[in-house]
Ligand binder design. Sequence first.
Ligand code: GLN
Length: 272
Amino acid sequence: MTIADALRAATVHLAVASDTPRLDAELLMAHALGLTRNDLLLRQRDLTVPPAFAALLDRRRGGEPVAYITGTRDFWTIALDVTPDVLIPRPDSETLIEAALAHFADRAPATVLDLGTGSGALLLAALDQWPDARGLGVDASPGALAVARGNAVRLGLADRAAFQSGDWAQGVDGQFDLLLINPPYIASTAPLSGDVLSEPGSALFAGAEGLDDYRRIAPDLPRLIAPGGMAAIEIGYDQRASVSALLHDAGLAVRVLRDLAGHDRCLVATLA
Ligand code: GLN
């Protein structure tokens, strides 16, 4: 069977389990061959289907996310190692980096704080974007911190990235030009299905309204944002009003940005 035939068959096979069956098939094939997806697509006529491909397809059909099968996910300009200890970085979250780029324009943030860093995605994307910036990533999960530290080393960013275990901003001192925060925000009663169920619940769920963690984070933000700085805070598509109110109560000014799908996705909080 040619690679092209195998990808066509796999796309049909995965359609029951995935909204992106063709993409998934290509990523799994590339992984089985030890190639990037680009190299797979360029070189496919010279390649044969590796035996490992069938087992990878079965795992995907069983509901395992592609990123946990391949162990990697692209985010912004970097590729991150991911394990089931961390949320899989999503393109939606790149809206936070876009917000920072717009805010700083021709300046650059010198210091970055990522609360709930998970895989390190937001912090490491920011450090890759601004080569003179230094940053701190905080997470309550030891497993996540191990993944984030590994990513910093692999990406050559470890000399500018520190990580610490913590409960949001407790124990974090000083001020930062840029805060990046993607807390859990799904209501614990929300009916979820599909891939997301493989991801750590502690990174997804935040009480009855999905607001518990915003309530705990908001009061600390004014002391953490340096003059001229900002916090980019990810929200669920229907949380603009509720989270803005919490930030206003903390004395901050708030703007909203939409993601590529047009959903409210990022609040930018600044000192009023
Ligand atoms: N955007 C994620 C989802 O909808 C949720 C991430 C989060 O809670 N921070 O699956």
